[in-house]
Design a protein around this ligand. Sequence first.
Ligand code: ZN
Length: 349
Amino acid sequence: MNSFFLDFRDPLFSIIIFLTLIFMITFLSYWWGRYKTKGNSKELDKFLQQFHALPTENELKILISSGELSQKSWLLLANSYTKSGDFEKAIEIYLEILRLPSRRNPKETMFLLGKVYFKAGFLERAKQIFLEILHTSPRTPQALHALLLVYEYLRDYKSALKVLEPLDEMNEAIDKDAMYLKVLALLHNPKKTQEEKTSQIIALYQEHHQLPYMVFEYLFRVNPTLAWEHLDTSQSEKLIDILWNLDTNALNLDIISHHNFLKALYTAKGVVQLSQASPIFELDMLIKLKDTPVNATLSFEYSCTQCKYIYPFAFHRCSNCHGIDTQDIEWSVVKDYHNNFQEETDSFQ
Ligand SMILES: [Zn+2]
C-alpha cells in the first residue's frame, strides 16, 4: 500500500516539485506579459484619442489662459485650423487670445479673426471687426481692402465705394476696384432698366477702358448688336470664349471681315471663309481641318495671373486671391462631342 505514495525524501518527489514550479513560473510570466501588453495598448489608445477629438471651448480657454504655450504658437495653431477649414476652432482661439490681459498685437489678431469670420461666411461679424480696427487705426490699408470685400459680398456697393476714398488718399491702386464696383452696382440695381444699365456700362468702359471681359460678357449676353457696335477689337483675344460661343445669327460680319483675328476665329469655327491661315496655332489647325471629316472645336480653361489658380469657368474676381480682372484664358483643340452627338442623332432619323 505504501508503494502508491511517494515519500518526500524520494528523488521523484523533488522532480515533480521542480516541474510544478517551472510550470507556475511560465504560466505567471505569460499572463503578466499579456496583462502588460493590454495595459500599454490601452494607454497608447488613450493618448492617441486626444488627437482624434478637438479640444472643447472650455479646454481651449484653460490651455490658453494657463500660458503653457506662447501666443505665437496659438496663432500658428489657429492658422492651421483655418487652412484645414476648421474655422470654428480658429475663431475660438483668436477670441480667447483677445480676452487675455497679456495679449500681444491685438490689432493683428483682430484682423486674423475678421478674415476667418469672412471665410466662414459670418459677414456681419467680419464687418464689425474690420470697422473696430479702422476706428482705432483708420490708416490700415489691409483692413480697408478686407472691409471693401465684405461690403461687396453683402452687396452694399455704396459703402464699398466709400471705402475707396481713404484707400485713394493712401495712394493705393483703386481704378479696377472702382470700375468693378460701379458695374456691379449697376447690374444689381433693380430700379434701372436694361437699356439704362447697358448705356451706363458702355459709358463707364469708354471713360476708363477697364474690365473688358466683364463689360462685354454682359453686353453680348443682353444685346449682341450693341456689343458689336462698341466692341474694343484690341481686346478680342481676351474675349475669345465669348466670341466663339456666340450664335451665328448674332454675328456682325461687317466688323468680323475687317479684323484679322476675328476672320481667323470665325473661319476656324466654320461660319465664314475669310482666312486661309492664322498665326495662332489652334485656329490655324482648325482652319486646315475644316475640309476634313474631323470634328474638332475649341475648349477653354481659365487661370488667375496672380495666384495661378485654375478655374473651369470665367471669373471677374478671383475667389482665391481676390484679384480683379486677373483672368487668363487658355484654349485648346478638342473633339467636338456636341457635333458628334448631333450627327449620330441625325443618322437615326
Ligand atoms: Zn487669384
